[in-house]
Design a protein. Structure first.
Length: 406
């Protein structure tokens, strides 16, 4: 380890979607920021993969507030309505942008495009990036935290006023501090790929609940015919390898059978990638001079497409808390961040988990209840408005960045 430790105001651990967006959000504060990311370029952070992210309306506002929406817009397909159904049941819930009084309920964007836009913007800031570099040790020491980081040049020591853990569901920071997490293995995996259905999607995001888990078909950009969709199919983990081993024709036929006939035949296919699904909720959002956000704070099932949207609201709230000058790592600031995030976090984590459990259960009484629930949701305006506001990202406290362009 080098003798003279480098000092900085803020060390961000993890340069995934959340760490990168935080770096951009903090740029106007002119702080000395060091971002540490384990995965080497050119692929960059591992989250820059095959997935699309459904950005909700509040997230779109946050991205616009960061000055990045114009760069992202060409890669974004508007979601004009959602259609939620359950296999074998008549009940359907529909939400439209018109009901919300918005041009779109949200936008589906390839994660690679979000990654590229945020990485370009972060590169233009004065932030220092250590990549590939891995956090190895962490020791709170009075007014600073001492960090040991493995880089290609050897191990270096850093001192930061505040450490922000954006290092994902298996957070090293959490582990080094001995903070526990509530985990639940859903024993489900999401298979993600691209398809082109016979009929145009017309901006509709479909979600169909099956006994094995939800299957979503969402509008996808990057297609000359304007008909591509991304397929997110949740299957029991024990059957996942079998689905991955099918040839394209067999896989498409199985997906079509699971989804039903609404969009006609599925005719084209991209690469298939599977993600095991688990819920990981950190027992704490802070420790002395340390904060957790994004998946390091809460990693959720993708059923309601809430994970990154929630992480972006973490970022927006934290940028507000850190805006005032002075020591950025005081316990008062940390407490303020926690208080602002508590309700939103609990609500979204509870809503997401409840949805998975309700629809994964094959008990007959529950099925009838779900059926009634879907119908009630479609027929009861106040209930529908409440769920709609939640899905748009306006369910709890709304950070200023999410309101700025409203
Ligand atoms: C199938 C699927 C579909 C999804 N769809 C949606 C959606 O439509 N909408 C939505 O809002 N969300 C969605 N999500 C959730 C979303 O992908 C995540 O919430 C988001 O990517 C989390 O980003 P993050 O930066 O917090 O964590 P991560 O992406 O996990 O990034 C953590 C980073 O930290 C780095 N790191 C880890 N340890 C160290 C260390 N010791 N030192 C240095 N660096 C380290 C890692 O290399 C990584 O780059 C989906 C998730 C899945 C699985």
């Amino acid at each position: 380890m080098t003798s003279a430790a480098q000092t900085c105001d803020i060390a961000i651990i993890g340069g995934g979607l959340v760490g990168a967006s935080l770096a951009v959000a903090l740029a106007p504060l002119n702080l000395r920021i060091v971002l540490i990311e384990a995965t080497p370029p050119p692929r960059g952070a591992p989250s820059w993969d095959e997935r699309c992210i459904a950005l909700n309306a509040a997230s779109q506002q946050i991205v616009a507030g960061l000055g990045l929406w114009d760069a992202l817009r060409p890669s974004a397909v508007p979601i004009l309505s959602t259609h939620i159904s359950e296999r074998g049941r008549f009940g359907v819930a529909r939400f439209t942008a018109e009901q919300a009084g918005l041009p779109a309920l949200g936008y589906n964007v390839p994660i690679r495009a979000i990654g590229a836009v945020f990485a370009d913007a972060a590169a233009k800031t004065s932030m220092q990036t250590l990549m590939p570099a891995k956090l190895k040790s962490l020791l709170p020491a009075g007014d600073v935290v001492r960090l040991g980081v493995n880089t290609q040049e050897g191990e270096i020591e850093l001192q930061a006023q505040l450490v922000i853990a954006a290092d994902g569901a298996r957070s090293t920071v959490r582990e080094l501090l001995g903070i526990g997490a509530e985990t639940r293995d859903y024993q489900q995996s999401a298979i993600v790929t691209a398809i082109r259905p016979q009929r145009a999607h017309r901006g509709v995001a479909y979600e169909r609940f099956l006994p094995s888990g939800p299957l979503a078909v969402l509008p996808k950009p990057d297609d000359a015919q304007g008909q591509a969709c991304s397929l997110v199919w949740t299957v029991a983990s024990e059957n996942c390898a079998g689905y991955l081993a099918l040839d394209d024709e067999q896989f498409l036929a199985a997906a079509e059978d699971a989804f039903g006939e609404r969009l006609g035949r599925f005719t084209a296919l991209g690469r298939r990638v599977a993600y095991p699904l688990e819920r990981v909720i950190s027992e704490r959002l802070s420790a002395p001079r340390v904060l957790f956000l994004g998946n390091a704070a809460q990693s959720l099932h993708p059923v309601a497409a809430q994970g990154f949207n929630l992480g972006l609201r973490d970022v927006a709230n934290l940028a507000e808390v850190l805006a005032e000058p002075g020591d950025r790592g005081t316990s008062e600031r940390l407490a303020r961040y926690e208080a602002q995030r508590e309700r939103d976090r609990a609500r979204v984590a509870g809503f997401t988990d409840g949805l998975v459990r309700l629809f994964s259960n094959a008990v007959p009484g529950l099925r009838a209840l779900r059926h009634l629930g879907l119908l009630a949701l479609d027929l009861t305006p106040p209930l529908k408005q409440a769920v709609l506001q939640q899905n748009l990202g306006y369910g709890a406290s709304v950070p200023a960045l999410a309101r700025r362009h409203g």
